[in-house]
Every structure is written in C-alpha cells, then in structure tokens.
Write a protein that binds this ligand. Structure first.
Ligand code: F3S
Length: 393
C-alpha cells in the first residue's frame, strides 16, 4: 500500500485535471507493484522514447492526447534524441511525412513543458544537485547520473518517467534508497587497467560488466584516477547499460567505500572483455561517433585531429547535443569544413541510417554496435586509440 500525502490524494482525485489524475494513477500502481511505501518528490525528469521511428503513430496519439488534456510537467524535464536533426533533417534523407510527425511529437512535449534538449547526455548540461531524487529513463543517463553525479533514480521506462515528470513524484523504492546501493559484486581490473587505458577499452569493460553483473549491484575496483574522466566513464557506462540491466555502478575513486572481499569478486583478463563484444573490430564502412552524444570536449578532440591531419579519407558522421554549440562552436565549424557531418537532436540508433545512405559502418561505441547489429546493420567496432588509422587509412 503506497501511503499518499493529502496533496497526492488530491491529484489522484483530479484536483489538477484529468491528465494528472491519470498520471498519478500510473505512478501509484507502479509503486504498489514495487511495494513502495510512499512516493518521493523528484527535482528533474528525463524522458526517452520520443523518436517517431520508435514510438510511431501510437506514441504520437498518446502524447498529443496528454497535451490536449492540458498536462504540464511539475519539474524541469528534458528529452532524449528524436529521429532527425530538427534543422538538417532533409540532409539526413528524412521524408516530409516523418518530419511532420516528429515535429508533432515535439510540439506535444513542448506544450507539456518539456525542454526540447533532444540529447541522451542531460548530465552534461542540466544542473541537478548531487543527492537529488530524479526520474530518468535512458540507460546511459541513468548509470552516469547515479554512479558519477550522485543522483538517485531507478532505471525508469520512458512512459513511466513521463508520468513521473507530470506528477513530480516517483515511487520511493529500489535504487532511490541508499541501502539498495550497497555493492554485492566486485569487478577487479587492477591487473588489466593499463591495457584498458592504452587501448581505450572502456566500452569493452562496460559491456563485460553489464553482462557479468546484471543481477548485482556491482563495484569496479582498480581503475586509476586518470581513467575517471567524463569521456571514459560515459563510454563505459553506456556499454554497461546496453548489455545488462544495471542501474548503478559503484566506482572506486568516485564513491566512498568499496566492499570487503566477502562479496563475489571477478578478475577478468583482456580476452574476456574482447570476446563478449557485440561486433568485431574492423575499420570498414562509414565512421559513426556519438553514442552517447559527443561532449564538447570530445568534439574539440576530434577537431584537433582533423585540423592536424586534414580531411578524413572516409565518410564520418558524428552526433551531439545542440547545446554543444554553446561550448564547441569552433570545433563544430571546423569539423564541418573538413567534410564531417555533424548532426544534433538525433542519434545513430534512433535515426534512419539507411535513409542517410549508411549500411556498413564502424563505431567506437559498444552500445551502438549492439543496437545497430540488432537493426540489421553491418556494424564493426573501432577503438578511439586507432582514430588516426580509421580516418586516414
Ligand atoms: Fe544516446 Fe542514442 Fe546512444 S540515445 S546512448 S546516442 S543509442
């Protein structure tokens, strides 16, 4: 039984309108199913599943009807990538019809009060205080938010995060509770950390972690402080979220206590990491980067390479948040002047790569490799360490 406050009861009874009453009904039902004792106020929400490619007509109808009912979010709320760059959609081969449907989805979300951020890296741009309860969908954001930024969220589904954004509350259960975050599995990488760093195998490490610790709340032991940069953690945690259902990873060096040896400890070797990847390493095909969206510093890193070595010999497409323009406009201009396609608002997984003329590709993201392979693309992986060879042959 979820105990509700007077205000929550009133929302449930329709004091703030039919849409919020419906949303509250869903949140309470989920709370009951998860045996939450109460709801907890959230201070931010991030909703995934807003690409027309993924949600189609049914999703559009659902969002439009909520917007028509006057639903409004109660907390700052952001959204994941859409099927297209809202400005350069024609260059992506998106049809007029699909663009119109996607715009209708975005209009519905906007009228509900969502910020049209269209990125899966809200943790790079949103100001949310450490320790805050939030409602985030999108596995990479959940893992990064919980494990690096100290946020408190469960791994919400897109529709549930939407309902939680509307009522400003979420069931107080699971990884929202500190005691749920106690690690019960340790991945010890002390003996392979130098190779991981030298070969930039953070995506492989994350992918392995997701596969081997899905049932657990894992801790990673042995990474060095120089491994704990945004870019490396982002690559690792995105992969961990793709291969498993992890919600939180205790990272030694970021979180206070690492558990004693009494919990299960695994010490993989490099070939364990490599053998579980969802695609082989190879440079063939178009080069796609930006899963998760490239950060401003990653854009600057890539721009530095092309400014030094010139135009890449292959087609290169990168995806980033439109907000990166604020911090990396020079890098973005330079990349474009060197023939690199830079898209915002969308990503390689939720866009239609076939319409962009891509069928064979190589990616630096284990998450992207997993999802693109499952969509039937001929996909390979490359390590960022080999970026020069990949771009210039
Ligand atoms: Fe982001 Fe799309 Fe990858 S939403 S994490 S770039 S699948």
């Amino acid at each position: 039984m979820v105990e509700l406050t007077k205000e929550e009861e009133e929302i449930l009874d329709g004091s703030l309108g039919e849409a919020l009453a419906e949303a509250m009904k869903v949140v309470v039902k989920v709370g009951e199913a998860l045996e939450a004792e109460k709801l907890v106020p959230i201070s931010h929400a991030h909703v995934s599943g807003i690409s027309y490619k993924n949600i189609g007509e049914a999703g559009l109808d659902f969002l439009s009807s909520l917007a028509e009912m006057g639903a409004k979010v109660m907390v700052p709320s952001t959204i994941n990538p859409a099927v297209m760059d809202v400005e350069k959609w024609r260059e992506m081969g998106v049809t007029e019809n699909v663009a119109e449907k996607q715009r209708a989805i975005l209009n519905a979300l906007k009228s509900m009060g969502f910020k049209l951020t269209l990125t899966c890296t809200p943790y790079l741009y949103e100001r949310v205080k450490r320790g805050s309860q939030v409602a985030w969908a999108e596995s990479n954001a959940v893992l990064y938010g919980n494990s690096v930024c100290g946020l408190m969220t469960n791994r919400e589904g897109g529709p549930l995060a939407l309902m939680e954004a509307l009522v400003g509350r979420a069931p107080y259960t699971g990884y929202r509770l500190k005691e749920r975050r106690k690690p019960d599995f340790v991945l010890d990488v002390c003996s392979i950390r130098d190779k991981i760093r030298d070969k930039f195998l953070y995506p492989a490490l994350g992918y392995y972690l997701g596969l081997s610790a899905s049932e657990y709340t894992p801790a990673i032991r042995g990474l060095r402080p120089e491994d704990l940069t945004n870019e490396k953690l982002k690559a690792m945690l995105a992969a961990a979220g793709a291969s498993g259902s992890l919600t939180f990873v205790h990272i030694e060096g970021l979180a206070p206590q690492v558990p004693a040896e009494s919990v299960q400890v695994e010490r993989p070797n490099i070939s364990d990491l490599l053998s579980c990847l969802p695609a082989p390493f190879s440079d063939e095909g178009d080069v796609l980067m930006g899963c998760p969206h490239l950060s401003p510093s990653e854009l600057a890193w890539l721009a530095e390479i092309v400014s030094k070595y010139g135009k890449p010999k292959r087609r290169v497409i990168v995806f980033s948040a439109r907000q990166s323009l604020r911090y990396a406009s020079h890098a973005i201009r330079l990349l474009r002047s060197m023939g690199i396609e830079v898209y915002f608002d969308t990503c390689m997984v939720v866009a239609d790569l076939h319409a962009m003329g891509v069928s064979e590709c190589t990616v630096d993201s284990a998450k992207a490799a997993y999802y693109l392979a499952s969509q039937g693309y001929d996909v390979r992986l490359f390590s960022r360490r080999d970026i020069r060879r990949v771009l210039y042959g």
